[in-house]
Ligand binder design. Structure first.
Ligand code: IPE
Ligand code: IPE
Ligand code: MG
Length: 250
């Protein structure tokens, strides 16, 4: 079990289409089995005690995929929300969603809104689904929100600092993103949490998402535990900070 646990893990769940194509199956079959990975990884994340897990499920750009793939993805998302509801409710998991949710069809939006509302008081772990999500789009929306507050005389221009912008993002209420995992071997960000990634540790794994299960998550958590996060400081400075915080034994 890893010793130093991240508070907040984000996952770019990639490789569903390739997983299916390798088996001579339609891409949607990869998305279907990928939903099993979501269940297993969410359960494991809750069990190890993560505070927050954010899953990139549909990007702003994914709407441009073939219409039948988009429609099948929406149906799978609905099935997931309906099927997982009891497990999320029973395990004190709070569901949260980020992205341009108004673009989601009612068949997703309705169970999503209901589960977000009904789980709002849960304190076990926050599971955030990034749906119709883009990091750039989120930043643009936050800028619009802040600009409107300036125009309304509620906010001084000088008050727009790192904290204010971070709070205006849809992730503002979540712990800082500590670890980003991307599956499928691709080493890019694809418009995920651009702002929040500033000091996250990045782990890229060759496993395709439908094959990614709890033991793969544990390996990523082990990799994270072995990293030294310096936040711009030197190792020696970090050692001093540590010794300030943890009095020497004896
Ligand atoms: C990730 O798998 C799921 C979504 C983006 C919805 P992909 O569908 O991107 O699978 P690959 O990358 O084409 O294999
Ligand atoms: C990123 O994967 C989006 C999600 C996992 C939801 P993509 O498959 O859409 O990203 P690219 O096209 O490889 O950059
Ligand atoms: Mg992909």
């Amino acid at each position: 079990m890893p010793t130093s646990l991240p508070r907040h893990v984000g996952i770019i769940m990639d490789g569903n289409g390739r997983w299916a194509q390798l088996r001579g199956q339609p891409r949607i079959e990869g998305h279907r089995v990928g939903a099993d990975s979501v269940r297993d990884v969410t359960r494991a994340a809750r069990q190890v005690g993560l505070e927050a897990l954010t899953l990139y499920a549909v990007s702003s750009q994914n709407w441009a995929r073939p219409a039948d793939e988009v429609a099948a993805l929406m149906q799978l998302l609905r099935d997931y929300l309906v099927d997982e509801r009891p497990e999320l409710m029973d395990n004190q998991i709070r569901l949260h969603a980020i992205g341009d949710l108004d673009r989601l069809p009612a068949l997703v939006r309705e169970p999503l809104d209901a589960l977000c509302r009904d789980s709002a008081g849960h304190t076990g772990m926050t599971l955030t689904l990034a749906l119709s999500y883009g990091g750039r789009e989120s930043l643009a929306r936050a800028a619009r929100t802040l600009a409107a507050r300036v125009v309304a005389g509620e906010l001084a221009t000088d008050a727009i600092d790192v904290d204010a912008l971070g709070q205006a993002l849809p992730t503002g209420g979540l712990p800082p993103l500590d670890l980003l995992i991307r599956t499928s071997g691709e080493q890019r960000i694809s418009n995920f949490m651009l702002w929040e990634l500033a000091y996250a540790e990045l782990v890229f794994v060759d496993v395709l998402w439908p094959d990614f299960r709890r033991n793969d998550l544990f390996r990523c958590l082990d990799a994270y535990a072995g990293r030294e996060r310096r936040f711009g400081l030197t190792s020696a400075q970090l050692a001093e900070v540590d010794s300030d915080v943890e009095p020497t034994a004896g």
